[in-house]
Design a protein around this ligand. Structure first.
Ligand code: PLP
Length: 390
């Protein structure tokens, strides 16, 4: 008999009950160090007191109104994102996939509004993940996720990630934009070579294309900067964010430059829930914490500390781990034994981690991580590795 919850997930044997900072507690009393953070969502850990207070206060005042109304909290959150990014304007949505969908719409609209309605194709990268809607599945082109869902939505081309020659060769008369994750998350925690984003920017500018970033996973402080592309200093024209933006409240956003958003006039896009008062209260509370002086530099310091320890682990167990990947606190250990089996053993020992493509063990600690949690995680990793395959 089919379960009441549609069985599209192979769920773990953990019934989530409550959380506190870096820890998640199961209904049966087990305590876990949570290095999954709801897949890069609860960036500030579980039930951060400032977020709890902000959402409680807002919940007692006003939850929802339509975007027909002015929503002061939404204007404030948009302005803060504009002030801290390349963008001039922001539209709020409810998820990563929706944020990417709008990013694609903005790009196509830009081309048609500037006299190039024939330019509608988007070039994406192999190994990408952009969400589970028809357009985002087509944008990523992952056969596994497209299988059985009919013909993929047309208008997308794919080239190898981190390969500028392939990208340049794929540009045609109908190309509208390039879409890329500055660091691939689901695809295997893959960071491109230095200069890759710069090269994409040059290709886009040379051919009149827009450069679109999907920072749904790598953005919002995850790499120790508010946005991952800041490390390379190469701005996009449009960018999708979500996951950690609401700290666990479902919210996302599409950020665009004024030039790119030229076609997005009244009536061209909408959302019932996007940017409602409760969602933007969560988003503003997240920014209060992330923009505090010293927050992001502390993330960088913790990342360096954790990376050093993980590199030590790779050296100690060369039969288990091939390399450390990623940046900031978006890290991956490429495994030489099935990553999923290590993840399952770590879970039994009280450490929650994830897998990613390329047989990678993905590590997404909360950004509030301290030395103590690093020690605790490394102790468990070391114990499981030392006993492997027990
Ligand atoms: C998770 C993710 C998405 C999709 O986000 P949803 O909120 O699940 O729709 C899109 N892009 C990237 C890079 C992601 O990691």
């Amino acid at each position: 008999m089919i379960p009441a919850v549609m069985p599209t997930y192979a769920r773990w044997d953990v019934a989530a009950d409550h959380g506190e900072g870096p820890y998640l507690y199961a209904a049966d009393g087990r305590k876990f160090l949570d290095f999954t953070t709801g897949i890069a969502v609860t960036g500030l850990g579980h039930c951060h007191p400032h977020l709890v207070a902000a959402v409680r206060e807002q919940a007692g005042r006003l939850w929802h109104v339509s975007n027909l109304f002015q929503i002061p909290g939404q204007e404030r959150l948009a302005q803060r994102l504009v002030d801290h990014s390349f963008a001039d304007t922001v539209f709020f949505v409810n998820s990563g996939a929706e944020a990417v969908e709008l990013t694609l719409k903005v790009a196509r609209k830009y081309q048609s509004a500037t006299g190039h309605p024939e330019r509608s194709r988007i070039i994406g990268c192999e190994g990408s993940f952009h969400g589970r809607t028809f357009a985002t599945l087509a944008a990523a082109g992952n056969e596994k996720y497209l299988d059985g869902f009919g013909p993929p939505m047309p208008g997308f081309d794919h080239v190898a990630f981190n390969n500028l020659n392939e990208m340049r060769a794929a540009v045609g008369k109908e190309t509208a934009a390039i879409l890329v994750e500055p660091i691939q998350g689901e695809g295997g925690v893959r960071a491109p070579s230095p200069g890759y984003l710069r090269g994409l920017r040059e290709i886009a500018d040379e051919h009149g294309l827009l450069l679109l970033y999907d920072e749904v996973q790598c953005g919002m402080g995850r790499t120790g900067r508010l946005f991952a592309h800041e490390w390379e200093g190469v701005a996009p024209d449009v960018m999708a964010i979500a996951k950690a933006l609401g700290g666990g409240f479902p919210t996302g956003a599409c950020l665009a430059s004024e030039r790119a958003a030229v076609g997005m006039v009244s009536g061209t896009h909408g959302s019932t829930f996007g940017g409602n008062p409760l969602a933007v209260a969560a988003g503003n509370a997240v920014l209060d914490v992330m923009l505090e002086k010293g927050f992001l530099s502390r993330v960088q310091a913790m990342s360096e500390a954790l990376k050093r320890r993980l590199e030590g682990l790779v050296r100690s167990y060369p039969k288990l781990f091939a390399e450390l990947r990623g940046a900031g606190l978006l890290l991956g250990l490429r495994c030489l034994v099935p990553a999923g089996e290590i993840v399952a053993r770590l879970r039994q020992e009280g450490l929650l981690t994830l897998t990613a493509g390329d047989n990678v063990l993905r590590i997404l600690p909360p950004l509030i991580l301290g030395e103590r949690e690093i020690d605790e995680a490394i102790t468990i990793l070391d114990k499981v590795a030392a006993r492997w395959p027990a």
